[in-house]
Design a protein around this ligand. Structure first.
Ligand SMILES: NC(=O)c1ccc[n+]([C@@H]2O[C@H](COP(=O)([O-])OP(=O)(O)OC[C@H]3O[C@@H](n4cnc5c(N)ncnc54)[C@H](OP(=O)(O)O)[C@@H]3O)[C@@H](O)[C@H]2O)c1
Length: 308
């Protein structure tokens, strides 16, 4: 039984040590030194090269090191084995932190004060109370649900939009396409935490922005493919949108000549909104390795047809 680890961004040795602490006889092989591909049972991966996973004839499961599996599913050669996405308390907590920070930065007008400082201006301004800010979260899953709870605890008026209705304390639930319009209509700060699927691709577009309150703020921490970039710039330049915080982009790293870099109303972070930690994520991954070998359904198994 062997597990193949492939990621340019995650710490291979830390993963090996955490998993061996839970499965002492684990044969952990770090790509590309993986020996005979036929011996690999489970692939633990983030952004494998397209076509790579088709080389393992006895693969029983693919365990993603990220919460989003859009990149994996986009590979037409991906073997037809169960896929699990990453669910980890550290991933969830760091995402809730980032979203709270981005919402507070806009709510307390730090973007305004940062601009004012550069112009040596004493820009005296007080914001409304948190309860008067209507935050809307697209995607109320593992990450969106936690961020919604965090924002509600800080006194914001929070709603979420998902495919199916949710019952989260102090969070108003909107569900399905038919409730997208009323959800957007009541939103001052829009946060995107949807998976990237055929249904959600390009959902942050001119039509969506037009539904938001005048001066609304957009935070995208999901995937670059959700955002129609030209529509965002047009909505910011027209003054309809007040600003945006973006962590994800259609092309990553964001090219040096991209217009987002110099836009005065855009804050850019380099896809760091949340990150998992082997120490907290290894329990779930070890359990999924056991399940894959026993032929049992995985925890957090992806529905390939649904795309997430
Ligand atoms: N920037 C970063 O660092 C970073 C880190 C981790 C993840 N992410 C992104 O965050 C995404 C969400 O992760 P997660 O773990 O929270 O996923 P999740 O638990 O699968 O939750 C997805 C949520 O989106 C909703 N949804 C899916 N398709 C929809 C549609 N067509 N219309 C309305 N709602 C829809 C789902 O509704 P139901 O509950 O009704 O199914 C669910 O509430 C990932 O896919 C990834 O792209 C980004």
């Amino acid at each position: 039984m062997a597990v193949m680890f492939l990621s340019a961004e995650d710490p291979a040795e830390a993963w090996r040590d955490e998993l061996r602490a839970r499965i002492p006889d684990l044969d952990f092989r770090i790509w590309p030194e993986i020996g005979d591909p036929a011996e690999i049972d489970v692939a633990l991966v983030w952004r494998p090269p397209p076509g790579e996973l088709a080389r393992y004839p006895n693969l029983k499961a693919i365990l993603s090191l990220g919460a989003g599996v859009d990149g994996l599913i986009a590979d037409p050669t991906l073997p037809d084995v169960p896929i699990a996405r990453m669910v980890d308390p550290s991933l969830t907590r760091t995402m809730a932190e980032y979203v709270l920070l981005a919402v507070l930065r806009h709510h307390r007008q730090f973007d305004l004060f940062e601009r004012a400082q550069r112009a040596r201006k004493w820009a005296f301004a007080f914001p409304p109370q948190a309860a008067q800010r209507r935050v809307g979260i697209m995607g109320l899953g593992e990450l969106g649900g936690a961020a919604a709870r965090t924002l509600a605890r800080h006194g914001f008026t929070v709603a979420g939009w998902s495919r199916t209705p949710k019952a989260i304390k102090d969070v108003t639930s909107y569900a399905g396409r038919s409730e997208l319009h009323p959800f957007l209509h009541r939103t001052d700060i829009l946060v995107c935490m949807l998976p990237l699927t055929a249904e959600t691709m390009g959902i942050l577009d001119a039509e969506t922005f037009a539904e938001l309150a005048h001066g609304a703020y957009v935070i995208n921490v999901a995937r670059g493919g959700h955002l129609v970039e030209a529509d965002l710039i047009a909505a910011l330049d027209s003054g309809h949108l007040g600003g945006a915080t973006l962590d994800v982009f259609r092309t990553e790293p964001l090219p040096p000549d991209h217009p987002f870099w110099d836009h005065p109303k855009i804050l850019i972070t380099p896809h760091i909104a949340s990150y998992c930690q082997p120490a907290t994520a290894a329990d779930g991954v070890a359990e999924n390795i056991r399940r894959a070998l026993a032929g049992q359904p995985l925890l957090h198994q992806v529905n390939r047809k649904r795309g997430y």
